[in-house]
Design a protein around this ligand. Structure first.
Ligand code: DSN
Length: 425
């Protein structure tokens, strides 16, 4: 019986792998790792402890772990042109919390984006910012531009004089106005933070804004969205913040970091040093092509007047087509996997049925898709959402399309099957 449940886990995983290998994965916060990363993640590193900084551990047995952690730090600093890198946070939210902890005290004020405007939950008082006791004020937002309202934000920063000004978002179509608000931040004494979780791969590829060049002090991120690594977090920063961040991470928030994922991160950093620019360019080309094709098919894609997007994301107001919940659920039945999303005009309490859907092209791009494939995907989405064809019928076409895309591109093991994994029995 116990043996059955143990092996049932593997069967379920096989079913999941089969499903995803026949689907169009478009959740904007996900990606797929290369086979080399998966091998590394299945290594003995997943069994070990390495408390403390590399080279000064509290446990024996860490000489190879140290070697890889030093290598990971060097690669991260090189790729992001950063003075300091901490590769120990076990998620993006933990990375954010460590930054809040090292920069601010309970009762301090932070300005960040409101969740319906695209802010991440950890930027709000109900999550990490609140855990640190921060008082959160929100950026004024320009709905037409789908971006921070620069004039009103400048005024607010100068009035409030926050301890932290936090850029970055989970709906992130266009670069944020760091340069434009830099003087206001500096003259108000704020530390400039940028949550790069969604766009880390685009920054690595030098195709989105370059936060450090624009004046950012501290840049936490997760490493598994447009940056196609195994799950986890990272903090990049100016050197002067390094000591406080290191202390906030260990012993503050992380006892043992996830060593196998750190090693996988080192592999992905190497992949992105080699292929990052080409990968990021193709992601953005694909997003623009998908947005245009959806728009031409009759969808209300946001920001047509701005070319729709400069990132991996496309956002659609789907309120006339059944609403976010109906659309996301029916597309899932057709093996098109994406998420419903609050739009700026939605009530935050209506997150169960918001007006929007958010689509990401980063994983499809890693699977080798190009602009023409985005046209095909828009047609399939139209069949379900506008033409109201049965999702089960459209699923057959999705499977056909997906057959040609089962390799991981922009990696050193291009021939490996995207869903292969290591079997020990
Ligand atoms: N909530 C995730 C997203 O943007 O999908 C990020 O943590």
């Amino acid at each position: 019986m116990n043996r059955d449940s143990a092996f049932r886990v593997r069967e379920i995983l096989e079913e999941h792998h089969r499903w995803f290998s026949e689907s169009l994965p478009m959740i904007a916060s996900e990606n797929i790792t290369s086979l080399l990363v998966r091998e590394v993640c299945a290594s003995d590193f997943s069994h070990r402890y390495a408390e403390g900084p590399p080279g000064r551990r509290f446990y024996q047995g860490c000489k190879y772990i140290d070697e890889i952690e030093f290598l990971t730090i060097d690669l991260a600093k090189k790729l992001f042109d950063a003075e300091y890198a901490n590769v120990q946070p076990i998620s993006g939210t933990i990375a954010n919390l460590a930054c809040f902890d090292s920069i601010a005290k309970p009762g301090d004020t932070m300005i960040s984006l409101n969740v319906p405007h695209g802010g991440h939950i950890s930027h709000s008082e109900i999550s990490a910012a609140g855990v640190r006791g921060l008082k959160v004020k929100t950026f004024p937002f320009d709905v037409d531009e789908m971006n921070i309202d620069i004039d009103r934000a400048e005024k607010k920063i100068r009035e409030i004089k926050p301890k932290i000004v936090l850029f970055g978002a989970s709906i992130f179509l266009f670069p944020h106005p760091i340069k434009e608000l830099y003087d206001a931040c500096r003259e108000s004494g704020a530390t400039i933070m940028y949550d790069a979780a969604h766009v880390l791969g685009l920054i690595a590829g030098k195709k989105f804004q370059q936060p450090f060049k624009e004046g950012v002090d501290v840049m936490p991120a997760s490493r598994h969205k447009t940056f196609p690594g195994p799950q986890g977090g990272v903090i990049l920063a100016k050197e002067k913040f390094g000591k406080r961040i290191s202390k906030a991470v260990f012993p503050g928030l992380v006892s043992n970091h996830h060593l196998h994922h750190m090693a996988g991160f080192a592999v992905t950093l190497s992949e992105m040093l080699e292929y990052g620019e080409a990968y990021a360019s193709q992601i953005i080309r694909n997003s623009k092509a998908l947005a245009q094709a959806l728009y031409d098919s009759g969808f209300k894609v946001l920001c047509e007047h701005k070319g729709f997007t400069e990132s991996h994301q496309v956002v659609v107001d789907i309120s006339d087509n059944g609403g976010g919940t109906w659309v996301a659920e029916n597309l899932e039945k057709a093996n098109i996997i994406l998420n419903k999303n609050l739009l700026p005009w939605d009530d935050i309490n209506n997150s169960a049925n918001p007006s929007g859907i958010r689509l990401g092209t980063q994983e499809l791009t890693r699977l080798g898709m190009k602009e023409d494939d985005m046209q095909d995907i828009a047609k399939l989405i139209k069949k379900v959402v506008i033409d109201k064809q049965t999702p089960e019928k459209v699923k057959k076409e999705v499977r056909e399309l997906r057959k040609e895309f089962n390799k991981v591109h922009y990696s050193f093991d291009k021939k490996a099957d995207a869903y292969s994994y290591i079997r020990f029995f």
